[in-house]
Write a protein that binds this ligand. Structure first.
Ligand code: MG
Length: 362
């Protein structure tokens, strides 16, 4: 059960269409894949996308940290001593959440393989099927309406609209999409820090007056502006969700202590993996706050890890795990099975991933 090797690979996956938010535009997913080997021959798999505008991580940094700092600490350690491995991960460097997340999910994959159980069962086992929303990139109102209609035809009941690129045109976007999809479809918004606090109150109140029926608004203000988020939350009826403001369990405590948000979005790449994500979800649950599990633009390896966590816990009530549906191809054999909005957890041990194609060894 001792770790004998850690290897890394590059994985490039093209997107169906460019992914656009208030923060960035991306044409393909360029990922780091990690394999951790133990002395009985078993291999655990993890993945990290470099999301510099949110986590500060780039591929070179992810790979450098794993190679230079984490690997020397991990070789010879027992892979089922999860607490010790996470102590070592924290010791390796501050921040660097994406590298830590990739290593963390490879450890959990091995943990499941050693005990011959699907990971979601080991983490809590609440359900084996979950349902995701679909993200609509920020574009012209007409293009977003077309994308929204297509998503509804594919069976999606919840759409997440990327906004935050100008208040007036944001309102036009939302009106056009609500009209295009009708009243039955749940619409949530993600401003990706694109508004100022007062502007956010103004635009959200306008949506409320016009009965646009918005389920929640994610990250209306800048990540560090906790007071601004509280100001928005205190002045509108629509639930406010923290995303970029919350990376760690400490952030979660701070936000919930001052009642700055109604909901929180957990992502493995912000939390540094499943181990810390579990802590965040437990804190939220203690405050009576439901969580969403989201992802960056990731391939199916890390999204499978996120799905195992989401399926395991009752308090994770919303899913934004549509990243594999935005990719033009799926290089992963095994893992979650995606049927439109529905995600089925695999029965195999660990993450349940059999093989990854197109890997380039580094
Ligand atoms: Mg978000």
């Amino acid at each position: 059960m001792e770790i004998t090797d850690i290897r890394m690979y590059h994985l490039s996956v093209p997107l169906k269409k460019p992914f656009k938010t208030a923060l960035r535009t991306v044409d393909s997913a360029e990922e780091t894949v990690v394999k951790i080997k133990i002395d009985n021959g078993l291999v655990g798999i993890g993945e990290a996308p470099p999301t510099a505008v949110i986590t500060g991580d780039i591929n070179e940094g992810i790979r450098g940290l794993i190679n230079k700092k984490i690997k020397p600490l991990f070789i010879g350690e027992k892979v089922d001593n999860i607490d010790k491995l996470h102590f070592l991960l924290e010791k390796s460097a501050v921040n660097n959440h994406s590298a830590k997340a990739a290593v963390d999910m490879a450890i959990y994959d091995l943990y499941g393989k050693i005990y011959d159980a699907p990971l979601y069962k080991l983490l809590g086992g609440y359900q084996n099927k979950i349902t995701s929303d679909l993200t609509i990139s920020v574009n012209s109102p007409a293009e977003m309406s077309e994308d929204a209609k297509k998503a509804v035809e594919q069976g999606y009941k919840t759409l997440k609209l990327k906004v935050g690129k100008g208040m007036k045109v944001d309102l036009k976007r939302i009106r056009a999409i609500r009209e295009a999809v009708g009243p039955e479809i749940e619409i949530r918004l993600d401003a990706n820090q694109g508004w100022e606090a007062k502007e956010a109150v103004q635009v959200i109140k306008k949506m409320e007056e016009e009965n646009l029926d918005i389920e929640l608004v994610e990250q209306p203000v800048k990540a560090a502006d906790f007071k601004g988020m509280k100001f928005v939350r205190d002045n509108v009826l629509t639930p406010i969700m923290a995303d970029e403001s919350l990376f760690s369990a400490k952030d979660c405590l701070k936000l919930l202590e001052i009642q700055a948000c109604d909901l929180i979005n957990i992502k493995l790449m912000k939390a540094g993996g499943i181990y810390n994500a579990l802590k965040i979800n437990s804190i939220a649950e203690a405050y009576g706050i439901e969580t969403m599990l989201g992802s960056m633009l990731e391939a199916k390896i890390s999204v499978t890890a996120a799905a195992h966590l989401a399926a395991a816990k009752k308090n994770i009530t919303r899913l934004d795990l549509d990243a594999p549906s935005l990719l033009a191809e799926d290089p992963v054999n095994g893992g979650i099975e995606i049927d439109g909005p529905d995600i089925y957890l695999p029965d195999g041990p660990g993450l349940g991933i059999n093989k990854i194609n197109n890997l380039i060894e580094l």
